[in-house]
Design a protein around this ligand. Structure first.
Ligand code: BG6
Length: 481
């Protein structure tokens, strides 16, 4: 199958940092279909060879095991081409069409790694130039909108040029092997399904913690905040995968239909429940990994009086028969104590304890990163004697170790899926809009409330109010247990 991948924003940050290294890995693993061409598009004039030299120079920033030798890069570079385009000029799209028509690939992927404000213009121009045939797919990177109205507007313009099955919205979390493993865990095993419901589960905690701050992205981040940056997309996608009903098949739409139902079942926020069930925080100076870290307000390109949240913790419920009354706690933030993404499923305690002492219940810890694994926490008899019956132990599975050879990175997986037309790991427009619809009352309540986010020291687990919020349900965050 021949393909052409057109990379709009070919000299941008995403192209350098994520897409080129991922394409090279796919090439090295022999997974990139033969007969492919990668065309980077950007504003400046440069030759193919100049572009190749730029890419090769950037590979020094990639971890050494994933860096090509000169010989490997030479073979990879043969796929790379460059084209100067002014994205507002119809003539430049006509030129692109001539280049593509020169050999009529089976599949053309238009990857929009540009600033999102260009999505409407690029999609409209691609449509007008006839670059939207059935063999063309368009890949859109987040942020897809700023709120429901802007997301809908993007979807409307994209939809006027491309059908839903041609529009691939990336949530890179869905490409992570550990996240795909959530479906395998739930729907490839019969073991957990009878327990996966309100009768057995006390609460579920989803934590996406980062140790890094906002780095050089202060201006973008300050307009965005943690709710839009991490909750509306990554955290909610994880929640849907944990809470969804078993789909009838593994087809993209069967899965996305079930995920959409979860999003529609989320308890709607009101101004009152936002005040009670959502905590927003902002980091102050502190210590992360033994090093001094400055506060958010001192970061480059962040206004000194910013009220943008760098931390969110919230409580929600999935209002259906399976989950009624079970609290789902989501939490994400920058400059927290560690880079650490995990889902903890806390089971209910035994209905009638006969062993003295321990009140601990079982829990399943699904570790997403940096480790990719599973811990099943049980209680066992230590045999130590009277009054000291039970001790916590856990079964520990390390998927990185078990599948070391097969694992591929998120972008590699998503790029290969985009080329092959596998849509399972891409977000459908109705899912994306429903996620915006659900967080809008939170955005509104914050806009109406002049109080600033709660401060927390860099290197901690966020403001104490996040622990107080979950304590109202008699729960504690996993690291406090
Ligand atoms: C991105 C956010 O979507 O995800 C970033 O814009 C965040 O702010 C990143 O750092 C986290 O991704 P990962 O894969 O490093 O957990």
């Amino acid at each position: 199958m021949s393909f052409d991948l057109v990379l709009f924003g070919g000299t941008g940050d995403l192209a350098w940092r994520k897409l080129m290294p991922a394409l090279f890995q796919a090439f090295r693993h022999g997974k990139l279909p033969a007969g492919g061409r990668i065309l980077a598009v950007a504003r400046d004039a440069r030759s193919d060879d100049e572009y190749r030299a730029l890419i090769q120079a950037r590979f020094v920033e990639v971890e050494s095991a994933k860096r090509p030798s000169d010989e490997e890069f030479g073979r990879f570079a043969a796929l790379l081409h460059y084209r100067r385009m002014d994205l507002s000029q119809p003539a430049d799209y006509a030129g692109l069409k001539r280049w593509l028509d020169g050999r009529s690939a089976d599949t053309v992927v238009m990857y929009l790694a540009t600033s999102p404000h260009l999505f409407p213009v690029v999609c409209a121009q691609l449509g007008a130039a006839g670059l939207n045939g059935a063999h063309v797919r368009v890949v859109l990177e987040k942020p897809l909108g700023h709120d429901l109205a802007s997301a809908r507007e993007i979807n409307r313009v994209v939809g006027s040029a491309f059908g839903e099955h041609q529009a691939l919205r990336i949530d890179h979390y869905l490409g992570k092997p550990s996240v795909q493993n959530l479906s395998a865990l739930r729907f490839g095993n019969a073991l957990f399904e009878p327990l996966w419901r309100r009768e057995s589960i006390a609460n579920i905690q989803i934590t996406l913690a980062e140790a890094i701050g906002v780095g050089t992205r202060g201006d973008f981040y300050d307009r965005t905040g943690a709710l839009r940056d991490m909750v509306q997309n990554h955290a909610l996608q994880l929640l849907t995968m944990i809470a969804m009903e078993p789909p009838p098949t593994h087809d993209a739409d069967a899965i996305r239909d079930e995920k959409l139902k979860v999003l529609k079942s989320l308890k709607a926020f009101t101004a009152e429940s936002v005040a009670r069930d959502v905590v927003r925080g902002q980091y102050r100076a502190g210590t992360v990994d033994g090093k001094a870290a400055s506060g958010y307000l001192d970061e480059a390109k962040v206004p000194a009086d910013s009220t943008t949240e760098t931390f969110v913790a919230l409580r929600t419920e999935v209002q259906n028969w399976r989950w009624a009354g079970v609290p789902f706690f989501l939490r994400t933030g920058k400059r927290l104590a560690a880079r650490h993404a995990q889902i903890v499923v806390n089971f209910r305690p035994v209905p009638h304890p006969i062993f003295p002492g321990s009140t601990r219940a079982n829990k399943l810890v699904i570790k997403l990163q940096p480790e990719d694994g599973l811990e099943l926490h049980l209680l066992a008899a230590k045999g130590a004697g009277q009054g000291d019956w039970l001790a916590p132990v856990f079964l520990d599975l390390d998927f990185d170790k078990a599948f070391a050879a097969e694992r591929v990175g998120a972008y590699e997986r998503l790029l290969l899926d985009a080329i092959a037309g596998r849509l399972n790991l891409f977000v459908r427009s109705d899912e994306q809009e429903q996620a915006w619809r659900w967080i809008e009352p939170v955005l509104q309540a914050w806009a109406d409330d002049p109080s600033p986010p709660r401060p927390y020291a860099a290197g901690t687990w966020g403001p104490p109010a996040a622990s107080a919020m979950i304590a109202r349900d008699g729960c504690v965050w996993d690291e406090e247990q």
